[in-house]
Design a protein around this ligand. Structure first.
Ligand code: C5P
Length: 301
């Protein structure tokens, strides 16, 4: 086999409830993930030198590490180590998912590298084993393998599918600069102070909205506990959210740890109108539209 290419989606959190900080430094989460149609392509081909390497292409490529600290490289190394594969791999990432944007771009590349290298090396890795490896790499890598719409618990790595009907139309506003996920969680801890935090819980509204396929109901059910921390670090995001809301978005929120913001529209035309308002107001770096849910990482070539 000469190469394997995997197309892998961005994620958003429809609801992100953050519980107490655990002794290992992670926070317990209750979240509903949705994969949306904004993709990175990860190509794996045999390495001529026997080493692990990565090249990243695309607008924000310069922001992505191209050494062994890249999560996709670590995914390939972990898989090789676990299955006794005595070969390296050359990874090429075509990046479209915002970098450090709160959309799991790095995690999604890692999930894609697991899928691509499994195929390239002809391994038979049961789905549960793949999820375990994914969880070792990061909290939302396992979801990126699954895609669709799913409930995440634990630190986000325990995934169970959720029934979702219909198609949801999202507007994604990219913000320059990026935000460090650990920093946003630390800011949340600071804002919360010493108050005891209850165990996180996803309410029934979001599940009902998804089951009905109702964009109006989903818009009203969106919620992100990290939003106050992200906007505390990046107050400019409040203006972006306001513009999207004024343009008639059914829901508006920071995506994950930010600084990307997402807006739910009623249909494709409405999404274009919201995107137009955001661009015109000059409150973000770029605007994209995407539908969800979409499948997790898939071999496309
Ligand atoms: O798991 P991942 O490497 O993606 O997490 C990045 C950072 O985000 C962690 O080091 C931690 O600071 C924070 N985090 C957290 N609780 C979670 C997930 C992430 O505190 N459930």
């Amino acid at each position: 086999m000469t190469s394997v290419t995997v197309r892998t989606p961005a994620k958003i959190n429809l609801v992100l409830r953050v519980g107490p900080r655990r002794p290992d430094g992670y926070h317990t989460l209750a979240t509903v993930y949705q994969a949306i149609g904004l993709y990175d392509d990860v190509r794996a081909r045999p390495s001529e030198t026997g080493e692990f390497s990565v090249h990243v292409h695309g607008g924000q490529a310069h922001l992505v590490p191209s050494d062994e600290s890249n999560l996709a490289v670590r995914a390939a190394q972990l898989l090789a180590h676990q299955y006794g594969v005595d070969a390296g791999v050359a990874l090429h990432i075509h990046k479209q998912i915002p970098v450090a944007g709160g959309m799991a771009g790095g995690s999604s590349d890692a999930a894609a590298a697991l899928v691509a290298c499994t195929e390239l090396w002809g391994l038979h890795v049961p789905r549960e084993r793949m999820s375990e490896l994914a969880a070792q790499l990061g909290s939302d890598v396992a979801f990126c393998l699954w895609g669709g719409t799913a409930l995440g618990s634990g630190r986000g790595e325990v995934i169970s599918p959720v029934l979702a009907r219909g198609v949801f139309h999202w507007v994604v506003a990219l913000a320059g600069g990026g935000l460090s996920t650990p920093r946003v969680y630390a800011e949340l801890d600071r804002l919360r102070g010493t108050e005891a935090t209850p165990a996180p819980h996803v309410g029934p509204q979001v599940m009902l909205a998804l089951r009905e396929g109702s964009s109006e109901a989903l818009g009203a059910a969106l919620g992100n506990d990290l939003q106050c921390a992200a906007t505390s670090l990046r107050p400019d995001l409040l203006q972006t959210l306001d513009v999207g809301e004024d343009a008639g978005a059914l829901g508006a929120m920071v995506s994950g740890s930010g600084p990307t913001t997402v807006f739910l529209a009623a249909d494709a035309e409405h999404a274009d109108a919201i995107a137009g308002s955001l661009s015109e107001a000059g409150v973000c770096e770029a605007v994209l539209t995407a539908v969800g849910p979409v499948p997790g990482g898939r071999v496309v070539g």
